[in-house]
Design a protein around this ligand. Sequence first.
Ligand SMILES: Cc1cc2nc3c(=O)[nH]c(=O)nc-3n(C[C@H](O)[C@H](O)[C@H](O)COP(=O)(O)OP(=O)(O)OC[C@H]3O[C@@H](n4cnc5c(N)ncnc54)[C@H](O)[C@@H]3O)c2cc1C
Length: 462
Amino acid sequence: MLTGGDKLRNAFESLARIVGTRYALYPADTGFEDYLRDETYLRGDASLVLAPATGDEVVAILAELRALRARHTNEQQHLTLTLRGGGSGLSGAAVPVSGIVLDTARMNRLLDVDEKNLIAKAECGIRVAEIQAALAGENFDYAVDPSSAALCTLGGSIATNAAGPSSLKYGTTRQNLAAVRFVTSGGELISAGALPAKTSMGFSLSDLLCGSEGRLGVILEADVRLLPRAEETALVVGSFGDESGAMDFVLQLRQSGLRPRCVEIVDGYSMRLADFSLAGEAMLMIELDGSAAQVAHDLEKLQALRPAIDWLLARGQSDRAGLWKKRKSITQELKKRFAFKLGEDIAVPLTALAHTAAFARTRAAERGVETAIWGHAGDGNLHVNYLLEKAADLPVLDILMKELAYEVTRVGGAISGEHGLGRLKKKFARAVLPAAYFNAQDRIKAAFDPDCMLNPALELPA
Ligand SMILES: Cc1cc2nc3c(=O)[nH]c(=O)nc-3n(C[C@H](O)[C@H](O)[C@H](O)COP(=O)(O)OP(=O)(O)OC[C@H]3O[C@@H](n4cnc5c(N)ncnc54)[C@H](O)[C@@H]3O)c2cc1C
């Protein structure tokens, strides 16, 4: 029997010609399988991958797709686009359900660095680390620093409103995005936002695109804000007798008036995995930056708070990098030990940090699931990592994530702080959050993409 993909072979060839057949992949081609996954355990399905080199090619693909959909009304589910940046997502948002994957990796130019206005303009497929590397040696930088900077693209980081340790002081992608140029499924090219930090021009479309998970339009280019580099940075790692003590200290820090660049928490299990030679059951990584005098003053003030049972202080670049490398090694260590790792990214008010971590760990233990918890505690953003040995146990994760989502909502938090809802959380988000919230979102989706041509997997009912 012919599949939808087979019946549409001619239609797909007309799309492939737009990008050049070299940049179109079919299911039998080497490398196709990679486009069916992101960094979750999900695997999707698709019939074609297209990798355009320019925004004009994206516009042409959308026009051809609309024409094909009008001709093949019974095959419309195969004539959809799932937008893909670096595929580093942790929510399944780029995992296709069917149709065509639009790979943005070839649209990867840094177009301009405006040193006077402190703005960088780039195409959507550039990696965040490539922007940072291009600014090395300058006295300004792009402050958004997801741990996946080497993997994730500018477009993907905007579409998920990515953040990282430094968002505590410098904000998430949203606060560092000046303007964005995108195309809707109807082919309308829209420039949203402006270079000045202050705008009051009706609904903020750039804010709407930020976190839109590819559902409203294809982001083609963006202008991001650059910030002067701090003169000096110091990293203090302090360990605590228990996790709630560490989390209470996060609140104390906020009340102290100190403004660290980041405050990260790591639980005892993860501390030992990463070989941090500190006593205790939890640790905080507190980074302070500013002028040399400011950092010296802040270090003194932090020490006066005398919170931790054990301390490390790293002031030089290589010492700091060594400690961050250890922190980032935890994921790899866990992957060596467990077949499946699912990294939650809930965010809660700081007063609920300790309770939420204990809730997640207890509920997981009750179902025989191990956890490792770390995260951007200063922002209330916790990565509860659920660890499994076998695929047969995966369904339990849906139960644990849903229970945690109810609890996080109850305490006034967000069920995703930085990864997005994706396919993983969409499944239960509509049950957990009020219907009116999603009704309003559905109306926005319908206004931008009425025929649901973009990322259809994210619209499927639970
Ligand atoms: C080791 C590791 C560490 C991580 N650390 C962090 C972290 O510190 N902070 C954080 O926030 N996240 C982190 N992540 C998650 C992930 O890297 C981010 O969500 C990232 O922003 C995804 O970008 P991407 O380019 O890989 O997008 P993809 O995974 O390809 O796609 C993500 C979403 O963006 C959409 N999209 C992609 N490109 C476009 C475009 N041009 N126009 C419109 N929509 C588009 C996709 O359709 C999808 O909905 C981490 C992931 C890994 C594997």
